[in-house]
Design a protein around this ligand. Structure first.
Ligand code: FMN
Length: 316
Protein backbone atom coordinates (compact mmCIF):
# COMPACT_ATOMS: atom_id res chain seq x y z
CA UNK A 1 0.00 0.00 0.00
CA UNK A 2 1.44 3.34 -1.02
CA UNK A 3 -0.65 5.55 1.27
CA UNK A 4 -2.57 5.14 4.47
CA UNK A 5 -5.76 6.28 2.73
CA UNK A 6 -7.62 3.91 0.44
CA UNK A 7 -10.65 4.34 -1.80
CA UNK A 8 -13.37 1.89 -0.65
CA UNK A 9 -14.81 -0.47 -3.25
CA UNK A 10 -18.22 0.90 -4.29
CA UNK A 11 -20.13 -0.90 -6.97
CA UNK A 12 -21.44 1.52 -9.61
CA UNK A 13 -19.03 4.24 -8.45
CA UNK A 14 -15.48 2.87 -8.45
CA UNK A 15 -14.97 2.11 -12.09
CA UNK A 16 -11.55 2.54 -13.67
CA UNK A 17 -12.26 6.22 -14.33
CA UNK A 18 -12.82 7.09 -10.68
CA UNK A 19 -10.22 4.69 -9.29
CA UNK A 20 -7.50 6.23 -11.48
CA UNK A 21 -8.46 9.71 -10.40
CA UNK A 22 -8.36 8.75 -6.72
CA UNK A 23 -5.02 6.98 -7.15
CA UNK A 24 -3.60 10.16 -8.62
CA UNK A 25 -4.87 12.07 -5.60
CA UNK A 26 -3.21 9.63 -3.23
CA UNK A 27 -5.43 6.59 -2.61
CA UNK A 28 -2.99 3.78 -1.80
CA UNK A 29 -4.48 1.07 -4.01
CA UNK A 30 -7.31 0.27 -6.39
CA UNK A 31 -9.98 -2.24 -5.43
CA UNK A 32 -12.31 -3.44 -8.17
CA UNK A 33 -15.75 -3.64 -6.50
CA UNK A 34 -17.40 -6.98 -5.87
CA UNK A 35 -17.51 -9.47 -8.70
CA UNK A 36 -19.63 -12.61 -8.63
CA UNK A 37 -17.16 -15.50 -8.59
CA UNK A 38 -19.63 -17.76 -10.41
CA UNK A 39 -19.32 -15.55 -13.49
CA UNK A 40 -15.54 -15.60 -13.57
CA UNK A 41 -14.72 -19.28 -13.21
CA UNK A 42 -14.06 -19.99 -16.86
CA UNK A 43 -15.00 -16.85 -18.73
CA UNK A 44 -12.87 -14.84 -21.10
CA UNK A 45 -11.55 -12.22 -18.71
CA UNK A 46 -10.16 -9.82 -21.32
CA UNK A 47 -13.69 -9.19 -22.61
CA UNK A 48 -15.07 -8.30 -19.18
CA UNK A 49 -15.37 -4.48 -18.81
CA UNK A 50 -15.52 -4.73 -14.98
CA UNK A 51 -12.04 -6.21 -14.93
CA UNK A 52 -10.36 -3.40 -16.84
CA UNK A 53 -7.58 -1.57 -15.05
CA UNK A 54 -4.50 0.40 -16.03
CA UNK A 55 -0.92 -0.20 -14.87
CA UNK A 56 -0.94 3.11 -12.97
CA UNK A 57 -3.65 1.66 -10.72
CA UNK A 58 -1.41 -1.01 -9.25
CA UNK A 59 -1.57 -2.40 -6.65
CA UNK A 60 -4.90 -3.65 -7.99
CA UNK A 61 -7.13 -5.85 -5.86
CA UNK A 62 -10.02 -7.87 -7.23
CA UNK A 63 -12.90 -8.39 -4.84
CA UNK A 64 -14.96 -11.59 -5.12
CA UNK A 65 -18.20 -12.71 -3.56
CA UNK A 66 -20.06 -16.00 -3.69
CA UNK A 67 -21.70 -18.39 -1.27
CA UNK A 68 -20.03 -21.34 -2.94
CA UNK A 69 -16.47 -22.04 -1.87
CA UNK A 70 -15.61 -23.92 -5.07
CA UNK A 71 -16.77 -21.00 -7.22
CA UNK A 72 -14.43 -18.66 -5.36
CA UNK A 73 -11.49 -21.04 -5.71
CA UNK A 74 -12.09 -21.55 -9.44
CA UNK A 75 -12.61 -17.83 -10.11
CA UNK A 76 -9.46 -16.85 -8.19
CA UNK A 77 -7.51 -19.44 -10.13
CA UNK A 78 -8.82 -18.11 -13.45
CA UNK A 79 -8.16 -14.50 -12.40
CA UNK A 80 -4.44 -15.18 -12.12
CA UNK A 81 -4.37 -14.66 -15.90
CA UNK A 82 -4.83 -10.91 -15.43
CA UNK A 83 -2.25 -10.75 -12.64
CA UNK A 84 -4.01 -8.94 -9.82
CA UNK A 85 -1.82 -7.87 -6.91
CA UNK A 86 -4.24 -9.36 -4.37
CA UNK A 87 -7.64 -11.04 -4.16
CA UNK A 88 -10.14 -9.78 -1.61
CA UNK A 89 -13.12 -11.76 -0.36
CA UNK A 90 -16.22 -9.70 0.23
CA UNK A 91 -17.69 -10.54 3.65
CA UNK A 92 -19.59 -7.31 4.02
CA UNK A 93 -22.20 -7.00 1.29
CA UNK A 94 -25.59 -6.48 2.95
CA UNK A 95 -27.81 -6.82 -0.14
CA UNK A 96 -30.48 -9.31 0.88
CA UNK A 97 -30.29 -11.52 -2.21
CA UNK A 98 -26.55 -11.92 -1.63
CA UNK A 99 -26.16 -12.00 2.15
CA UNK A 100 -29.22 -14.16 2.86
CA UNK A 101 -27.77 -17.01 0.84
CA UNK A 102 -24.46 -16.92 2.67
CA UNK A 103 -22.35 -14.67 0.45
CA UNK A 104 -21.08 -11.17 1.36
CA UNK A 105 -21.92 -10.43 5.00
CA UNK A 106 -23.75 -13.78 5.11
CA UNK A 107 -20.33 -15.42 5.21
CA UNK A 108 -19.77 -14.00 8.70
CA UNK A 109 -22.23 -16.64 9.94
CA UNK A 110 -19.96 -19.44 8.75
CA UNK A 111 -16.44 -19.00 10.15
CA UNK A 112 -15.50 -22.52 9.05
CA UNK A 113 -16.23 -21.67 5.45
CA UNK A 114 -14.17 -18.50 5.80
CA UNK A 115 -11.28 -20.53 7.26
CA UNK A 116 -11.39 -22.99 4.40
CA UNK A 117 -11.63 -20.35 1.64
CA UNK A 118 -8.80 -18.21 3.02
CA UNK A 119 -6.60 -21.27 3.68
CA UNK A 120 -7.10 -22.72 0.21
CA UNK A 121 -6.64 -19.42 -1.60
CA UNK A 122 -3.50 -18.50 0.35
CA UNK A 123 -1.86 -21.82 -0.38
CA UNK A 124 -2.98 -21.89 -4.02
CA UNK A 125 -1.95 -18.34 -5.03
CA UNK A 126 1.27 -16.49 -4.49
CA UNK A 127 -0.45 -13.11 -4.03
CA UNK A 128 -1.96 -11.82 -0.78
CA UNK A 129 -5.52 -12.87 0.10
CA UNK A 130 -7.44 -10.19 1.96
CA UNK A 131 -10.96 -9.81 3.34
CA UNK A 132 -13.39 -6.97 3.83
CA UNK A 133 -15.70 -7.70 6.74
CA UNK A 134 -18.41 -6.11 8.85
CA UNK A 135 -18.48 -6.35 12.63
CA UNK A 136 -21.16 -9.05 12.62
CA UNK A 137 -24.49 -10.13 11.20
CA UNK A 138 -26.53 -8.12 13.71
CA UNK A 139 -26.17 -6.63 17.19
CA UNK A 140 -26.72 -10.06 18.77
CA UNK A 141 -24.04 -11.68 16.62
CA UNK A 142 -20.98 -9.49 16.87
CA UNK A 143 -18.32 -12.06 16.00
CA UNK A 144 -15.74 -9.91 14.25
CA UNK A 145 -12.90 -10.87 16.61
CA UNK A 146 -13.43 -14.55 15.85
CA UNK A 147 -13.67 -13.79 12.13
CA UNK A 148 -10.51 -11.65 12.18
CA UNK A 149 -8.58 -14.38 14.03
CA UNK A 150 -9.85 -16.97 11.58
CA UNK A 151 -8.69 -14.88 8.63
CA UNK A 152 -5.26 -14.35 10.14
CA UNK A 153 -4.75 -17.96 11.25
CA UNK A 154 -5.56 -19.24 7.78
CA UNK A 155 -3.14 -17.04 5.91
CA UNK A 156 -5.11 -13.86 5.22
CA UNK A 157 -2.78 -10.91 4.66
CA UNK A 158 -5.01 -7.95 5.55
CA UNK A 159 -8.47 -7.20 6.88
CA UNK A 160 -10.59 -4.16 6.05
CA UNK A 161 -13.36 -3.61 8.60
CA UNK A 162 -16.53 -1.66 7.96
CA UNK A 163 -17.68 -0.89 11.50
CA UNK A 164 -21.33 -1.82 11.03
CA UNK A 165 -23.37 -5.01 11.16
CA UNK A 166 -25.12 -6.46 8.16
CA UNK A 167 -28.42 -5.47 9.74
CA UNK A 168 -27.34 -1.82 9.88
CA UNK A 169 -26.42 -1.69 6.20
CA UNK A 170 -25.34 1.97 5.95
CA UNK A 171 -27.50 3.28 8.79
CA UNK A 172 -26.53 4.31 12.30
CA UNK A 173 -22.96 5.08 13.22
CA UNK A 174 -19.92 2.97 12.43
CA UNK A 175 -18.54 1.37 15.59
CA UNK A 176 -14.89 2.37 15.74
CA UNK A 177 -14.40 0.59 19.10
CA UNK A 178 -14.90 -2.74 17.32
CA UNK A 179 -12.32 -1.74 14.70
CA UNK A 180 -9.88 -0.89 17.54
CA UNK A 181 -10.54 -4.28 19.16
CA UNK A 182 -9.76 -6.10 15.90
CA UNK A 183 -6.56 -4.12 15.50
CA UNK A 184 -5.57 -5.25 19.02
CA UNK A 185 -6.50 -8.86 18.26
CA UNK A 186 -4.53 -9.57 15.07
CA UNK A 187 -1.02 -8.98 13.81
CA UNK A 188 -1.86 -8.49 10.13
CA UNK A 189 -2.68 -4.98 8.87
CA UNK A 190 -6.17 -3.71 9.60
CA UNK A 191 -7.88 -1.04 7.52
CA UNK A 192 -10.63 0.88 9.31
CA UNK A 193 -13.73 1.91 7.40
CA UNK A 194 -17.00 3.68 8.08
CA UNK A 195 -18.05 7.29 8.49
CA UNK A 196 -14.78 9.01 7.64
CA UNK A 197 -16.23 12.17 6.13
CA UNK A 198 -13.51 14.77 6.61
CA UNK A 199 -9.80 15.28 7.10
CA UNK A 200 -10.46 15.62 10.84
CA UNK A 201 -12.21 12.21 10.80
CA UNK A 202 -9.10 10.62 9.25
CA UNK A 203 -7.05 11.70 12.25
CA UNK A 204 -9.84 10.78 14.68
CA UNK A 205 -10.21 7.27 13.29
CA UNK A 206 -6.46 6.75 13.30
CA UNK A 207 -6.06 7.68 16.94
CA UNK A 208 -9.27 5.94 18.03
CA UNK A 209 -8.56 2.60 16.37
CA UNK A 210 -4.79 2.51 15.81
CA UNK A 211 -5.55 0.94 12.43
CA UNK A 212 -2.88 0.74 9.75
CA UNK A 213 -4.85 2.50 7.04
CA UNK A 214 -8.20 4.15 6.49
CA UNK A 215 -10.71 3.33 3.80
CA UNK A 216 -12.97 6.09 2.53
CA UNK A 217 -16.12 5.47 0.55
CA UNK A 218 -18.99 7.92 0.21
CA UNK A 219 -17.01 10.97 1.29
CA UNK A 220 -14.73 10.58 -1.71
CA UNK A 221 -17.53 10.94 -4.26
CA UNK A 222 -17.09 14.36 -5.82
CA UNK A 223 -14.17 14.85 -3.45
CA UNK A 224 -10.99 13.02 -4.48
CA UNK A 225 -9.08 15.78 -2.65
CA UNK A 226 -9.80 13.87 0.56
CA UNK A 227 -6.94 11.52 -0.42
CA UNK A 228 -4.35 14.34 -0.62
CA UNK A 229 -5.61 14.97 2.13
CA UNK A 230 -7.08 18.38 1.67
CA UNK A 231 -10.33 19.93 2.81
CA UNK A 232 -12.96 20.32 0.12
CA UNK A 233 -13.63 23.91 1.24
CA UNK A 234 -10.04 24.88 0.36
CA UNK A 235 -10.35 23.78 -3.28
CA UNK A 236 -10.97 26.73 -5.62
CA UNK A 237 -13.76 26.38 -8.17
CA UNK A 238 -11.22 26.56 -11.02
CA UNK A 239 -9.61 23.37 -9.71
CA UNK A 240 -12.98 21.67 -9.33
CA UNK A 241 -13.53 22.43 -13.03
CA UNK A 242 -10.16 20.86 -13.92
CA UNK A 243 -10.99 17.70 -12.01
CA UNK A 244 -14.50 17.47 -13.46
CA UNK A 245 -12.82 17.65 -16.90
CA UNK A 246 -10.25 15.00 -16.03
CA UNK A 247 -12.86 12.67 -14.54
CA UNK A 248 -15.19 13.13 -17.50
CA UNK A 249 -12.33 12.40 -19.90
CA UNK A 250 -11.59 9.16 -18.02
CA UNK A 251 -15.28 8.27 -18.33
CA UNK A 252 -15.43 9.04 -22.05
CA UNK A 253 -12.42 6.82 -22.66
CA UNK A 254 -14.21 3.98 -20.85
CA UNK A 255 -17.82 4.23 -22.00
CA UNK A 256 -19.75 5.42 -25.03
CA UNK A 257 -20.84 9.08 -24.55
CA UNK A 258 -24.44 8.61 -23.34
CA UNK A 259 -23.41 6.00 -20.80
CA UNK A 260 -20.39 8.04 -19.71
CA UNK A 261 -22.52 11.12 -19.08
CA UNK A 262 -25.30 9.26 -17.29
CA UNK A 263 -22.80 7.42 -15.07
CA UNK A 264 -20.96 10.65 -14.40
CA UNK A 265 -24.09 12.23 -12.86
CA UNK A 266 -23.60 10.40 -9.56
CA UNK A 267 -20.24 12.14 -9.32
CA UNK A 268 -21.28 15.49 -10.79
CA UNK A 269 -24.04 15.95 -8.23
CA UNK A 270 -21.38 15.77 -5.52
CA UNK A 271 -18.80 17.90 -7.34
CA UNK A 272 -21.26 20.78 -7.65
CA UNK A 273 -22.99 20.27 -4.27
CA UNK A 274 -20.90 22.80 -2.28
CA UNK A 275 -21.32 25.51 -4.93
CA UNK A 276 -24.11 28.07 -5.02
CA UNK A 277 -26.17 27.34 -8.15
CA UNK A 278 -29.78 28.08 -8.94
CA UNK A 279 -32.09 25.06 -8.65
CA UNK A 280 -32.86 25.37 -12.34
CA UNK A 281 -29.19 25.31 -13.42
CA UNK A 282 -28.41 22.44 -11.04
CA UNK A 283 -31.31 20.43 -12.45
CA UNK A 284 -30.28 21.10 -16.05
CA UNK A 285 -26.68 20.13 -15.28
CA UNK A 286 -27.76 16.88 -13.71
CA UNK A 287 -30.16 15.90 -16.47
CA UNK A 288 -28.14 16.93 -19.49
CA UNK A 289 -27.26 13.98 -21.69
CA UNK A 290 -25.19 15.64 -24.40
CA UNK A 291 -21.57 16.59 -23.95
CA UNK A 292 -21.92 19.95 -25.71
CA UNK A 293 -24.83 21.07 -23.54
CA UNK A 294 -23.19 19.67 -20.41
CA UNK A 295 -20.03 21.68 -21.09
CA UNK A 296 -22.09 24.79 -21.77
CA UNK A 297 -24.00 24.38 -18.51
CA UNK A 298 -20.77 23.79 -16.60
CA UNK A 299 -19.41 27.05 -18.03
CA UNK A 300 -22.61 28.86 -16.99
CA UNK A 301 -22.18 27.42 -13.50
CA UNK A 302 -18.64 28.84 -13.33
CA UNK A 303 -16.68 25.63 -13.88
CA UNK A 304 -14.04 26.22 -16.56
CA UNK A 305 -13.14 22.91 -18.20
CA UNK A 306 -9.60 23.27 -19.60
CA UNK A 307 -9.63 19.97 -21.57
CA UNK A 308 -12.87 20.86 -23.38
CA UNK A 309 -11.37 20.18 -26.82
CA UNK A 310 -10.02 16.77 -25.74
CA UNK A 311 -13.46 15.86 -24.43
CA UNK A 312 -15.03 16.87 -27.73
CA UNK A 313 -12.48 14.73 -29.57
CA UNK A 314 -13.54 11.73 -27.47
CA UNK A 315 -17.06 11.92 -28.88
CA UNK A 316 -16.34 12.93 -32.46
C1 FMN B 1 -22.86 2.59 -3.70
C2 FMN B 1 -22.02 1.69 -2.81
C3 FMN B 1 -21.50 0.52 -3.34
C4 FMN B 1 -20.73 -0.32 -2.53
N1 FMN B 1 -20.17 -1.45 -3.08
C5 FMN B 1 -19.32 -2.20 -2.33
C6 FMN B 1 -18.59 -3.29 -2.91
O1 FMN B 1 -18.71 -3.60 -4.11
N2 FMN B 1 -17.78 -4.01 -2.10
C7 FMN B 1 -17.61 -3.70 -0.76
O2 FMN B 1 -16.83 -4.37 -0.07
N3 FMN B 1 -18.27 -2.67 -0.20
C8 FMN B 1 -19.09 -1.91 -0.95
N4 FMN B 1 -19.69 -0.82 -0.39
C9 FMN B 1 -19.39 -0.45 1.02
C10 FMN B 1 -18.21 0.53 1.09
O3 FMN B 1 -17.03 -0.08 0.61
C11 FMN B 1 -17.97 1.01 2.54
O4 FMN B 1 -17.72 -0.11 3.34
C12 FMN B 1 -19.18 1.77 3.11
O5 FMN B 1 -19.68 2.72 2.18
C13 FMN B 1 -18.80 2.48 4.42
O6 FMN B 1 -17.74 3.38 4.20
P1 FMN B 1 -18.00 4.99 4.08
O7 FMN B 1 -18.72 5.42 5.37
O8 FMN B 1 -16.63 5.58 3.99
O9 FMN B 1 -18.87 5.21 2.89
C14 FMN B 1 -20.49 0.02 -1.17
C15 FMN B 1 -21.03 1.20 -0.65
C16 FMN B 1 -21.77 2.03 -1.45
C17 FMN B 1 -22.33 3.32 -0.86
Amino acid sequence: MQSELVLAPMDGICDMAFRRLCRRFGSGMSIIPFLHARELMASDLEMNPSLQFTPDERPIILQLYDNCEENIILAANNLQKIQPDAIDINMGCSIRSISARGAGAGMLRDPQKIASIIRRLSSMLDIPITAKIRIGWDSKNLNSLEIARTIEENGGALIAVHGRTRQQRLSGLADWDSIAAIKQEVGIPVIGNGDVRSIADIQRMKSHTGCDAIMIGRASIGNPWIFEPRTRASVPQSEVGEVIGEHLENMLLLYEPLKAISRFRKHLVRYVEPHALSDDLRLRLLTSDHLVSLLELLAQAGFAIPNRQKLMNCVS
